[in-house]
Ligand binder design. Sequence first.
Ligand code: 13P
Length: 250
Amino acid sequence: MSRNYYIAGNWKMHKTRSEAAELAKALVTQLKDGKHKYLVAPSFTALETVAAIVKGTNILLGAQDVASEEQGAHTGEVSVLQLKDLGVQAVILGHSERRHVYKEDDELINKKVKLALKHGFEVILCVGELLEEREAGKAEAVCETQTVKGLEGVSAAELSKITIAYEPVWAIGTGKTATPEDADAIHAYIRKVIGKLYGADAAAKIIIQYGGSVKADNAAQLMAKENIDGALVGGAALKADTFVPIAKFG
Ligand code: 13P
């Protein structure tokens, strides 16, 4: 299978500008000979700082969210136009913290996906079940709904700009990683869903990252699985010492 591995760091609500600059500089140096695709997603406040550091390198710049409207009276929101202006190339959408803490639903996330694509951004669309949903045997159904609804109205051509990140909510920040087998099973299922929507070729090509307590010591086993094409890393992305070994696995 010729899919490229894609390793992304989601810095969440961490780091001042100077701390973000320090990490970005270390990553630029240490990943310059890395073989995979890379992205960092700092907080909005550090985007401009980090943009200047990663520009022209093999590290893409991502934002952790974007408003569902292009511009206007939306206090506290950040627009696609503002992100583009800073040199942002990709956006993470539908992260479980947005879904569950800030109550974003599939309809809102889908609106953001379409707007981001319209403005030429790559999108990492996050999906994943809660613990009680997994225990009730609903993990596949939840991921299917989030994938189908998140991608509603996205054309086959636009799909090439989409990465799916499977992040089981119970594995995020908990130190509990899905086993490579369990994660791979959901990835395979999501790939099947993409196949139903866009055909076998698109399903074979789409990059599906795993996220949820990815560390240097479990990354290689996860990514050895047929359907796991990379990682969306939270806690371990906050230091070069912990992110670089993940980013350089294999
Ligand atoms: P952790 O790696 O800290 O579990 O976070 C995963 C995540 O939510 C990345 O978006």
